[in-house]
Design a protein around this ligand. Structure first.
Ligand code: NAD
Length: 255
């Protein structure tokens, strides 16, 4: 069987790390990408120690030239990339009318433009090989209004629309492009929003004063819950699924 190589962004921690681990456990070789070089090196070393085929590549997805160099280097060292997971992301909270230009631009630079940069560089190479699968980790906030998340939600809606348009264009080459839309997931990003003690409580109960809904399943997701959905959409089991947005939020968006 032909070896599979996946490139995962945001792989130093949280959901990206869980995706990297799961894919590697399933036998995929993983190019793990993150801008936090130190944490990435620790994560990659830990996974390699467990016998998993994970190589770390430090890169910032906001730079198109850095991304082009990254993908070139990954393919030179490890071979053709068959799977791409866009998990790198940032969250800046605040009422829309107080967001700074910097908040807005920094959010879009990673969550929307970063997805564009990496997807463009990888898919351009996949087309000639007529094989590939892309999953963008967006957010349930892309489709449901959330207080204090205007820049984040807008950037995730952009990433979602981009991924679906890309998927339409490359479907005839056998390349599938899907979106996983997580809700509250227990990662450093979520813990940054609340104190560690209140994270689960606030997410489960909801805060009606902020028009936020709760989670019908009664718990926040683990990074592994999201990783399993990503791995499914990348796999041959999802061979006839493309342009799909799979919500993994315990029912929080009620649909
Ligand atoms: P996290 O903060 O734990 O991990 C994000 C990773 O992305 C970090 O390792 C960070 O260094 C990396 N990163 C940020 N900017 C980068 C850049 N410019 N270039 C390369 N790497 C960069 O967050 P997480 O919760 O694991 O989030 C993973 C994805 O899931 C994000 O896209 C996030 O928006 C999305 N998401 C998270 C939640 C949640 O509740 N945690 C909910 C919905 C969606």
């Amino acid at each position: 069987m032909q070896e599979t190589l996946a490139l995962v962004t945001g792989a130093a921690g949280g959901i990206g790390e869980a995706v990297t681990r799961l894919l590697a456990e399933q036998g995929t070789t993983v190019a793990a990408v993150d801008r936090d070089a130190e944490r990435l090196a620790e994560t990659a070393a830990l996974l390699r120690k467990e016998g998993l085929a994970v190589t770390g590549f430090a890169a910032d997805v906001t730079s198109s030239s850095a991304v082009e160099r990254l993908v070139e280097e990954v393919e030179t060292r490890l071979g053709p990339v068959h799977q791409l997971v866009n998990a790198a992301g940032v969250l800046r909270l605040g009422p829309a009318h107080t967001l700074t230009d910097e908040d807005w631009n920094a959010t879009f630079a990673v969550n929307a433009t970063g997805v564009f940069h990496v997807s463009r560089a990888v898919v351009d190479r996949m087309i000639g090989r007529r094989r590939g699968a892309v999953v963008t980790v967006a957010s349930n906030a892309a489709g449901t209004a959330r207080a204090e998340m205007a820049a984040y939600a807008a950037s995730k809606a952009a990433a979602t629309a981009f991924t679906k348009c890309l998927g339409l264009e490359v479907a005839s080459y056998g390349i599938r492009c899907n979106v996983v839309a997580p809700g509250s997931t227990d990662t450093p990003m979520l813990r940054g929003m609340h104190t560690a003690e209140t994270a689960a409580q606030a997410s489960v109960a909801g805060r009606p004063e902020q028009y936020r809904v709760g989670i019908p399943l009664g718990k926040v997701a683990l990074p592994e819950d999201v990783a399993r959905a990503v791995a499914f959409l990348l796999s041959d089991d999802a061979g006839h699924i493309t342009l799909h947005e799979l919500t993994v939020d315990g029912g929080a968006t009620l649909g």
